[in-house]
Design a binder for this molecule. Structure first.
Ligand SMILES: [Mg+2]
Length: 438
């Protein structure tokens, strides 16, 4: 038996309950209130009766969360206390998520299952690897390059990450440097003492993967440039650099990110800025990306939407997900990305899928998603006490734009739909908007 709990239902409905449950017959609103002492509220926080009620009778969710990690759930290696509160609301009495949640981070120099384990330990519930979207995760979609010989830049478990994304034939910058030691000349201590012959059997490189910020930037910048200028044969010298150059796939364009330090740190976006500037200066042409992913790229949100859909299907929730809520601390990546995706959803609804902005698009299956709402928190990069770059600076100076070259400055896109203190307030806000019990 299923019936609407009330005309102004918060999305709760009742059906035959489990044995022993006080609600095995559908209760009236008044009876429920009397039973739980909720005094007119449908479900009271912390009330055991209400928890049983909400777990047993909650309607399938029609909304889901895209949660940023750094600055929203954690700062460095410390969990933000509000994140624990938020998950108390998001989990049911069985420790299961009440709504679909994916974690969307621009981090990249880590394995997906490693990040899931780290989050599980910090948040106190089991996070599955396929709930975690790293900045390079959408590279799985670029299967046309998976069999090509790709130079991979970054740090950490680089080769493992590239393989997990589907790339079968990768060469690291360190391996390239070992094969051609005369290429890396900035550090006097690392210059070769002799002049070895270049290998004659080194297969040509056919593309470049930029997974995250490397260490020894001068080495990576030099060798990536060598590969692009030589069409993948850095042992040879070409009179004219080929253009278009070899395909470049890049992820994580964050200029800065927030760790334990009081001031933001360099992100991979700073490395990309260096590479783009050097390429432009040397060749007079623009470095082009075959794919640019991580927030705020639409590609990342399409990928996240697909994982939300898969999670919903696995849980047996029959209602399609209509509203996505993206919670983040960075106006340029989290807010801009969510708003750009929302614009994209509106455009698709009216005109069908077309190219919009940079970063490429993935032809995905038709979706029921109607909206993507941006929610900015104040526990990370953004602080309400510091003027944000979207606001005109005093004295008429242009505010700095920290976004990537391929994403135009847009004050509208950098303005969050909601600004709240922390992720717990964000969850409360969304539950209220969706008519769900806290
Ligand atoms: Mg963040």
């Amino acid at each position: 038996m299923i019936f609407n709990y009330s005309a102004a239902s918060r999305g709760l409905r009742t059906r035959d309950g489990p044995p022993g449950c006080p609600g095995s017959a559908p209760p009236s609103a008044g009876a429920l209130a009397a039973r739980t002492g909720c005094a007119g509220r449908q479900v009271a926080p912390g009330c055991a009766g209400c928890l049983i009620f909400s777990a047993a009778w909650e309607s399938p969710p029609t909304f889901g969360f895209l949660l940023d990690i750094d600055g929203v759930l954690v700062r460095g290696h410390r969990v933000i206390p509000a994140a624990l509160e938020a998950f108390r609301r998001l989990l049911d009495s069985q420790g299961q998520l009440r709504v679909p949640v994916v974690f969307v981070t621009n981090a990249g120099n880590i394995l997906q299952h490693g990040k899931a384990q780290e989050l599980s330990a910090l948040l106190g519930f089991k996070v599955e690897p396929d709930q975690v979207i790293l900045s390079h995760s959408p590279m799985k979609l670029f299967s046309q390059y998976h069999r090509r010989r790709m130079l991979v830049s970054g740090q950490g478990p680089l080769v493992e990450n590239a393989r997990a994304l589907g790339f079968e034939n990768v060469v690291t910058v360190d391996e390239l440097r070992a094969a051609f030691p005369v290429l890396d000349m900035v550090d006097l201590q690392r210059r070769p003492k002799t002049t070895p012959l270049p290998p004659s059997d080194f297969p040509a490189i056919e593309g470049v993967l930029l997974l995250g910020e490397p260490v020894r930037w001068e080495t990576s910048l030099q060798l990536i440039m060598d590969v692009l200028l030589s069409n993948g044969n850095p042992g040879t010298g070409l009179a004219t650099a080929p253009y278009p150059h070899l395909p470049v796939l890049a992820s994580n364009m964050d200029l800065l990110w927030m760790a334990e330090a009081k001031m933001p740190r360099f992100g991979h976006g700073t490395f990309l800025l260096c590479l783009e500037t050097i390429y432009q200066k040397v060749t007079g042409k623009e470095l082009r990306y075959e794919g640019l992913m991580g927030k705020p790229s639409i590609l990342t949100y399409q990928y996240a939407e697909d994982l939300i859909r898969q999670q919903t299907e696995r849980r047996g929730w029959v209602a399609p997900i209509q509203n996505l809520y993206a919670v983040g601390d960075n106006p340029m990546s989290d807010v801009y990305g969510a708003n750009l995706f929302h614009q994209y959803l509106q455009m698709v609804k009216h005109d069908g899928a077309q190219e919009l902005g940079a970063g490429g698009l993935w032809k995905q299956r038709p979706s029921a998603t109607q909206s993507c709402t941006s929610i900015l928190v104040c526990t990370g990069v953004y602080s309400p006490k510091v003027p944000v770059s979207t606001e005109p600076a005093q004295g008429g100076e242009e505010p700095p734009f920290h976004g990537h070259r391929d994403f135009r400055f847009s004050q509208e896109l950098m303005e969050a739909s909601h600004i709240v203190h922390d992720v717990d307030e964000a969850v409360q806000l969304v539950f209220h908007k969706e008519g769900w019990a806290l």
